[in-house]
Design a protein around this ligand. Structure first.
Ligand code: FAD
Length: 408
């Protein structure tokens, strides 16, 4: 069996890449380990995703799902509230809203749409190995019945998310530059949800420095709730994961009222040390996209946006290469992806070292500066006309320093 491009994983990165390959007139097969719909974490999108959904030809199908619209984000610390509204952005021609989505439903919509575009998806089939040859890749697969097959592809896109197929096969994993953090989360029946914006909007509650809770409401009445903290934080709480999560939410004044005794949709899930980096993003006949490449941290909901951005780029570039064009992967792919990753790395670090809070929880930041930061949080991290993108580290740390010294 032969194909032009084989993609590992039918998450947003894989389906985005597949759609771009079909748009270029080439064949794509996705090999997906699970049967869809399947649960995965990562439910809050960024406005930049809307451009990508549009590019991939997915927007209309997602619109029909009536997912919860997301117009901004709220950060809470010690009773202080900082709100970002995506209609107050610096970046021109940007989307001013996006969605909060149960990923089982969202990913299935994208996968079904990809199939309608002619992509073959083989569910319940796992990639078990790859022979990397000069002019082709031999991809070994095994389905749930134990049947094995080798597929010959000219190019492989690894969009396997936490599966990290090629990084594992080629020993490419690197420890992240970020300190290890773990997360404990579930979805609840949000029976005490407040009305209006307060109940609908994604809220990030800082419990103490380095520890925060997310609240991501869905349109189906459920809400995703989770904690991010250093691994040792969870030792303060007794019991199984669900009991620990209930106690953490009970202890926090901003969550106890809403989540006390609410039914959990499933037992709480614990993910340890999720941040990871990688030695290289591409090689001869393969490329890594989405979480199979680098993952930083969930605090600014950038994971799905990066998964789609990298899938979009990788799909287009791989198709161009197969059509005989020369692709400069360093310049056209690595540089582009790292540009976005480095901007978010600054903001993630600045969140955990308490710099960003100095900026968020003050009234002394001008609307213009706030709009520039808002565009970063909306995922427009390739807009270099924005000083908070172009000189991200300098602008963030200089502004916080000036605020601390009372110079702003
Ligand atoms: P995935 O969506 O994980 O898809 C990969 C697919 O590959 C899976 O379906 C898997 O079954 C398949 N696969 C794996 N191995 C194999 C194999 N060997 N063969 C075949 N198939 C395989 N992101 C956000 O944007 N917003 C958030 O609010 C957010 N919150 C998060 C909270 C936490 C605690 C964490 C850890 C992450 C969060 N993320 C968030 C990040 C988000 O989960 C990921 O960035 C996103 O899911 C990556 O998409 P992907 O397409 O790369 O991979």
């Amino acid at each position: 069996m032969k194909t032009d491009i084989l993609i590992i994983g039918a998450g947003p990165s894989g389906t985005m890449a597949a759609s771009m390959i079909r748009q270029a007139g080439l064949n794509a097969i996705i090999i997906e380990k699970e049967q869809f719909p399947r649960y995965v974490i990562g439910e809050s999108l960024l406005p930049r995703c809307m451009n990508l959904l549009d590019e991939g030809g997915f927007l209309k199908a997602v619109e029909k799902q009536n997912f919860q619209k997301k117009y901004g984000a709220v950060f809470i610390r010690n009773g202080n509230v900082c709100e970002f509204n995506f209609n107050e952005q610096y970046t021109q021609e940007c989307w001013t809203w996006t969605w909060q989505v149960p990923r089982d439903e969202f990913d299935k919509v994208l996968a079904d749409e990809a199939e309608k575009k002619g992509v073959e998806i083989r569910y319940k089939t796992e990639v078990t190995g790859i022979d990397f040859l000069n002019d082709k890749q031999l991809v070994h697969t095994k389905n749930a019945d134990g049947n094995e097959q080798t597929i010959e592809a000219q190019f492989v896109i690894d969009a396997s998310g936490y599966g990290r197929v090629i990084p594992r096969l080629l020993d490419l994993d690197l420890p992240s530059s970020l300190a290890p953090r773990s997360s404990l989360f579930t979805q609840v029946e949000d029976i005490h949800r407040p009305g209006g914006t307060a109940g609908d909007r994604i809220t990030i509650v800082e419990v103490e420095q380095g520890v925060w809770i997310w609240i991501i409401p869905f349109s189906n009445g459920k809400t995703s709730v989770g904690v991010v903290a250093p691994p040792e934080f969870y030792n303060r709480y007794e019991g199984n994961y669900t009991e620990k999560l209930r106690k953490i939410l009970d202890d926090e004044p901003n969550t106890t009222g809403r989540f006390k005794d609410v039914p959990y949709a499933f037992d709480s899930v614990f993910i340890e040390s999720y941040s990871i980096a990688v030695k290289q993003l591409y090689g001869n006949g393969w490329v890594l996209t989405g979480n199979a490449s680098e993952f930083l941290d969930p605090v600014f909901s950038s994971g799905v946006t990066f998964a789609m951005e990298s899938g979009w780029k990788a799909g287009m570039l791989a198709a161009r290469q197969l059509k005989g064009e020369t692709v400069d992967w360093d310049k056209e792919y690595v540089k582009h992806i790292l540009q976005g990753v480095e901007v978010f790395r600054t903001y993630v670090n600045a969140w955990y070292d308490d710099t960003l809070q100095t900026i968020f929880f003050t009234d002394n930041v001008s609307p213009k500066i706030k709009s520039q930061i808002c565009s970063v949080l909306a995922g427009y991290v390739w807009d270099k006309s924005n000083p908070f993108v172009r000189n991200h580290h300098k602008t963030v740390y200089t502004l916080a320093g000036m605020l601390k010294e009372g110079k702003v």
